[in-house]
Design a protein around this ligand. Sequence first.
Ligand code: 13P
Ligand code: SF4
Length: 378
Amino acid sequence: MPTLAPIRIEYDHPHSNKVGAKISTEHAWAKVLNEPTPNERIELKAKIKRLLKEQNAVLVAHYYVHPDLQDLAEETGGCVSDSLEMARFGRDHPAKTVVVCGVRFMGETAKILNPEKRVLMPELEAECSLDLGCPPDEFNKFCDEYPDRTVVVYANTSAAVKARADWMVTSSIGLKIVEHLHAQGKKILWAPDRHLGAYIQSQTGADMLMWQGSCIVHDEFKTFELEELKKKHPHAKILVHPESPASVVRLADVVGSTTQIIKAAQTLDATEFIVATDKGIFHKMKAAAPGKIFIEAPTAGNSATCKSCAHCPWMAMNGLANLAEVLANGANEIHVDAEIGSRAKLSIQRMLDFAKGLNLGAVLTQAPGSNRDGVGPA
Ligand code: 13P
Ligand code: SF4
């Protein structure tokens, strides 16, 4: 499969599991795909549609992958969604094969929930800096030091980390679950995203001991430049994914998962939005709220780096060509150790049971300046 030169990515790796310990920088790689030509695109799409039928397979895609894959998933009866809905959809669909267009933890979650199904991914090396920055052996040591804490982990982790957790959460439900645990007097050990953890902590007041990971994409949104942009667009509402730094989250009108901020764009009484998340989301956001104006939150600034493009390099490794290839030859199947999988399933299932009956698409707007004082959503 033709690819350009791989790109080198730096990500945060907590040096030690001690609170306030230093964070070191590690390196990973992503491949850059060639865009198919218009003719290749038509041929590949037709081939994928045929193979999906032949293989009794369904596509489950995240909002950050290429618009071609999002469109194909919808056109063929699959889904495009956030990580919670992706997990639910694959589990509830009768197809024998689930093809996950996203990053590896999403494929692993699908496999853990559907051990009897075949789960394929266009690219097995599609990582996530949060997952990479939370190695299971170091995480286990961290948990061992704090046996009195309830272990809550973000979906963006390996199966082995989920297997150690009491609860797995996604960004659409993390706040509600921690609120629930806090109300029961539980102290939390949280991993791996320090920004999402800090946001949840500020909203719930829960006692949370944090792993210090971060998302390389959301970490790049810049506060000063966002304030300047807002001055130029005073009527724009600011929509922020909570993997962003606290200073960016404080400027938000709405903080939420990918689905929740798309909903906000659709339902809020505003015509202009500044959006701080991966730019792959604009495809669905524009379709959900036609006629509205969407502006990318700034990533460029004094400390900008080559990764400041607001697009996840690992999500970008999913393309039409590698999707067609795995459907044709059955390669890139996800396997999860049965013992780890059955333990990980408990923490995921707890979240899914909790999610039943909740309206997770609800838009949580912040009163102006409320988050600056650590006050919860209005
Ligand atoms: P969502 O669950 O909000 O889609 O987030 C997944 C993710 O990886 C965001 O970077
Ligand atoms: Fe992970 Fe960030 Fe990519 Fe989401 S955008 S998959 S959190 S690296």
